[in-house]
Design a protein around this ligand. Structure first.
Ligand code: FDA
Length: 308
């Protein structure tokens, strides 16, 4: 892992820097490249535009690690309002939720109850609840919660989870999730994890990503392959065509504002593309993780800032 990547990940956890940046107008302007806006309406507008371009969306109300039950409920309220609007405006959109925003670190039962309410609401309007994956201290609790919710008859196929290819454990986790019929979003992983539990070299993460995506593609369940890496995408396309897995049986997923050219190319080639649309005032940790993935983004953002 590069020094810059470690620095940005450390910065993503720095409270003072976060408070300063989230209140600054320059910060809000810089983040707008990767964050759809501060309000629900901004996210809905982004979803509408994506739908018009032939893409679907998953909406993420930014925020993580709440410390009170009231905060967990008010975070959930935003998602309930989103789901009402998704239904009212007939959007092709899901929601993506972090369990620490639903109170997982306060009490697992609180997060379970909040997530159950969201999953039921999503199912009732024909949408879908994706539980994002956070750092490895939460992997087991997240998978347990999703698998437990998925046993509810009404929620079967209506809730899914994320698996990170950088973790050694992911192959086993995928085997269990597939046995239960749970839909998976496969990503490489955005946190800093130690060599005792996670691949450190990009080549190893990539190799595991390809291996796991083949497992998902052959499963007969609809999964999401979340990556902007053209090599991962080419490997999945090639595996799917060799094994007669049609483009309608899975989707590619990418982040808002990243590789928009590739998103459009895939749609033109007949693939499903879902764009992850983050919005809200608590954009700082998300934004820092995006800079960590590609430190060259800093130069790109600064150049654009002065150009506008
Ligand atoms: P990689 O980082 O190897 O990058 C490959 C290429 O993609 C780069 O060379 C560049 O061209 C482009 N690229 C990648 N990141 C970029 C960036 N920030 N800016 C500009 N270009 C970039 N992680 C997690 O731990 N838990 C989660 O729940 C999720 N959820 C999630 C949803 C969706 C829809 C996506 C796309 C990603 C996530 N992630 C995530 C993040 C994921 O783990 C990973 O950190 C990023 O997707 C970057 O990895 P890539 O697969 O894009 O490849």
């Amino acid at each position: 892992m590069s020094i810059l990547r470690s620095l940005f990940i450390a910065a993503s956890r720095n409270r003072t820097l976060r408070r300063f940046c989230e209140r600054s107008t320059v910060g809000a302007r810089l983040s707008s490249r990767f964050v759809a806006g501060l309000e629900i309406e901004d996210a809905l507008y982004a979803a509408e535009s994506l739908n018009r371009m032939g893409m679907t969306a998953t909406l993420d109300s930014l925020g993580e690690s709440v410390t009170t039950e009231a905060e967990a409920h008010s975070a959930a309220d935003i998602y309930h309002r989103l789901l009402d609007q998704i239904a009212a405006r007939k959007l092709d959109a899901h929601i993506s939720v972090k369990l620490t925003q639903m109170g997982l670190e306060i009490a697992p039962e609180l997060a379970f109850a909040v997530a159950e309410g969201l999953a039921q609401h999503a199912a009732s309007v024909g949408s879908f609840l994706r539980i994002d994956m956070e750092d490895s201290t939460l992997t087991q609790a997240t998978l347990d919660l999703v698998r437990r919710l998925h046993t509810r008859q009404m929620l079967h196929g209506k809730i899914g989870v994320v698996v990170q290819a950088y973790l050694y454990r992911s192959e086993n986790d995928i085997a269990q999730l597939l046995a239960d019929g749970v839909r998976v979003r496969l990503c490489k992983g955005a946190y800093k994890e130690s060599a005792s539990i996670a691949f450190q070299r990009k080549a190893d993460v990539d190799e595991n990503y390809v291996r796991l995506s083949c497992r998902l593609l052959e499963s007969g369940i609809f999964h999401g392959l979340a990556t902007h890496d053209e090599k991962m995408i080419a490997a999945a396309r090639s595996y799917a065509s060799r094994h007669r897995v049609g483009p309608s049986s899975f989707e590619f997923q990418m982040l808002y504002g990243i590789r928009r050219d590739l998103q459009k190319d895939l749609v033109r080639a007949g693939y499903n593309v879902r764009v992850y649309v983050p919005f809200g005032r608590e954009w700082y940790p998300y934004f820092m993780r995006r800079l960590a993935e590609r430190p060259a983004n800093v130069i790109f953002l600064v150049k654009n800032f002065f150009r506008n």
